[in-house]
Design a binder for this molecule. Structure first.
Ligand code: HPA
Length: 268
């Protein structure tokens, strides 16, 4: 980890980011517009390479609205065959680089029947149904506790800031619980019914491992889902990755303006 951190510091002229952002499927444009330094994951020691289409796979450093930001343009997923430890490694690296606040974004399917494609949902809490946990294994006490509390993974004050920013911009933002499955298969109608009954509002295949590790190592987490589809519709239409990318792309202007407004509002 120290090797990775030293490499990044050298490549970025000792840029010290205060905010980290993970940009989900179809939401990576922010890192194209704001980019002072970019390093491809393939060039970073110990980073794993993204295998999903629609994910660029680079770490982008930029000064945005007066805030020092590091963005992951594309993330790695459990369903790609990477270990939980591998997919959450960048979170620990961000922590060591100086990040205090982490904004996690993703594309997700709507479980809550009042949600529509291209809605944005502020994550209030999560349910980990991935069948694993990124903290399994020997604990590094310098990072966090063996049995970390998870009672407020998504910080209330950050949720309030995000809601206020959405209101100021006239964006009708939803709030809800993000349910994480391992994927890569989308859910069956029976699974969506179960998720709804058990309290999930949106479903996806990412974010939760990163949120757990971020909370564990003391980062303040904000999560925003871009609703891209009605999860496992029972109307006979089929769901594809292309549809997910297209819907995320339709929401990207709204999404981008919300993130920029949040960056402006954050007092660190
Ligand atoms: N299910 C799981 N993950 C997703 C979905 C979905 O419907 N849409 C985007 N990511």
């Amino acid at each position: 980890m120290q090797e990775t951190v030293n490499f990044i510091k050298e490549k970025t002229n000792n840029f010290v980011p205060e905010i980290g952002i993970i940009l989900g499927s179809g939401l990576g444009e922010l890192a194209d517009e704001y980019c002072d330094y970019a390093i491809s994951y393939t060039d970073i020691p110990h980073f794993v390479k993204s295998t999903v289409e629609g994910h660029k796979g680079r770490l982008v450093f930029a000064d945005i609205c007066g805030k020092k930001v590091v963005m992951m343009q594309g993330r790695n997923h459990f369903y790609e065959g990477h270990s939980m430890e591998e997919i959450t490694f960048p979170i620990k690296v961000m922590k060591l680089l100086g990040v205090k606040t982490l904004i996690l974004t993703n594309a997700a399917g709507a479980v809550n029947e009042s949600f529509r494609p291209s809605d944005l949902m502020i994550i209030t809490d999560h349910i980990n149904f991935m069948g694993s946990n990124p903290l399994i294994g020997k604990n590094d006490n310098s990072m966090g506790e063996r049995f970390p509390d998870m009672s407020e993974v998504y910080k209330k004050d950050l949720i309030e800031i995000a809601e206020k920013c959405a209101k100021d911009l006239g964006i009708d933002v939803k709030k809800g619980v993000y349910w994480a499955n391992s994927g890569p298969s989308y859910e069956t109608p029976a699974e969506i019914n179960m998720i709804r009954m058990l309290g999930g509002d949106a479903v996806g295949m990412s974010t939760v491992p990163e949120a757990i590790v971020a909370n564990y190592c003391g980062l303040n987490v904000l999560g925003i889902s871009c609703i891209t589809n009605t999860a496992s519709s029972t109307n006979g239409s089929k769901l594809s990755h292309e549809e997910v990318i297209e819907a995320a792309s339709n929401a990207k202007i709204k999404f981008k303006s919300l993130i920029l407004e949040i960056l402006k509002e954050l007092n660190l």
